[in-house]
Ligand binder design. Structure first.
Ligand code: FES
Ligand SMILES: [Fe+2]
Length: 351
């Protein structure tokens, strides 16, 4: 089988769930970056993410494993491991097995999400998960989140940030955002754009600014009609499949009810746009050498930025990477696509 994309799974900080997915004293199975994992919260309140399979005889620690204080206990023969992955107890043996270790991923809870650092070669984190100031500001309220599982790699989706023209044709917006700035570094990429929104009271100047920290975390600020921030996090499930989570907060406008209604309307518009993007992303080919127009955005600059997050080789044997042919998707209405999405307006407690 040939690969769907030339790209391997990137490294970076990735969201592995919401804090309430990890109740204290419980272990649960996770599956990200093509790896079976266990996530658990110890009794001091810290979340840990480790490889799922016990080094003794391979039991999955997320299926029946139990939390004992600040250690995880295997359901098969009772071996215990600490938060660094060291074997701390073999209940029927005097001696520990020092070679029996669990690979452990650095984990941090921030901005109302749980993040873990993934690097295919186990390198330590190269940057920190940014704090989103709006989420700590009493003038801002959390309004809700959406979640999508999408058959595309993160890079195809993130490329949207520099693609102004698609707004008009995919999302039917009246105007196209104008790119004011695109700055790339490591791990950050900053895109600032202005947009004119036609409203019944005349044209309103608005902005869409996005700030990415590697492949997993983007903070998108919208202003103009309503000030909104979307903490957009993407986590690879496999090299060709991701889960995308959007977390919306809105600057308080008058009373709570108005703020909530405005925030939800805004989130619904973004949700509509993602559903419009999904069939394009899932069915498009990745072209190594796209045929660009003069006025297209800085696609190649984006791709050079993205390339920094691959520690493993990027394939170079082809110029065109098409998707598989999915017979069951032939008659699907594009707007429905294949991805499952959910809206959880009540979730969370203000981020
Ligand atoms: S497989 Fe985990 S203790 Fe034996
Ligand atoms: Fe889009």
């Amino acid at each position: 089988m040939t690969n769907r994309y030339p790209f391997p799974i990137p490294f970076g900080w990735f969201c592995v769930g919401y804090p309430e997915d990890f109740p204290a004293g419980r272990a649960r199975p996770l599956y990200y970056w093509a790896t079976h994992l266990v996530g658990w919260r110890d009794e001091s309140g810290e979340v840990h993410v480790q490889d799922a399979f016990c080094p003794h005889l391979g039991a999955h620690l997320g299926h029946g494993g139990t939390v004992e204080g600040c250690e995880i206990r295997c359901p098969f023969h009772g071996w215990q491991f600490d938060a660094d992955g060291n074997n701390t107890l073999i209940p029927y043996s005097e001696r520990l097995n020092r070679k029996a270790t669990l690979r452990t991923y650095p984990t941090v809870e921030r901005n109302g999400l749980v993040f873990a650092w993934y690097h295919p070669h186990g390198e330590e984190p190269m940057w920190e998960v940014p704090i989103v100031p709006e989420l700590e500001d009493p003038d801002w309220s959390f309004v809700g989140r959406t979640e999508y599982t999408i058959d595309a790699c993160w890079q195809e989706m993130a490329e949207n940030a520099v693609d102004a023209a698609h707004f008009r044709y995919v999302h039917n917006t009246a105007t196209v955002p104008e790119l004011d700035e695109y700055t790339t570094g490591f791990p950050e990429a900053v895109m600032r754009s202005s947009q004119k929104f036609p409203t019944p009271r005349g044209v309103v100047e608005g902005r869409i600014d996005s700030h990415a920290w590697g492949p997993g975390i983007s903070v998108v600020n919208f202003s103009g009609i309503v000030d909104t921030v979307n903490l957009a996090v993407t986590t690879p499930i496999e090299a060709d499949r991701c889960v995308v989570r959007f977390n919306f907060s809105v600057k308080t406008m008058g009373d709570d009810e108005t703020t909530r209604r405005v925030g939800e309307a805004f989130a619904a518009e973004v949700d509509k746009q993602v559903r419009e993007d999904m069939p394009i992303w899932e069915h498009k080919a990745h072209l190594v050498r796209p045929a660009l127009a003069d006025s297209d955005g800085p696609f190649m600059r984006f791709r050079r930025w993205a390339a920094q997050f691959y520690a493993e080789p990027v394939a170079d044997e082809r110029l065109v990477y098409p998707p598989p042919f999915w017979p069951d998707r032939v008659d699907e209405a594009p707007a429905k696509a294949t991805a499952a999405a959910r809206w959880t307006g009540e979730a969370g407690d203000g981020g």
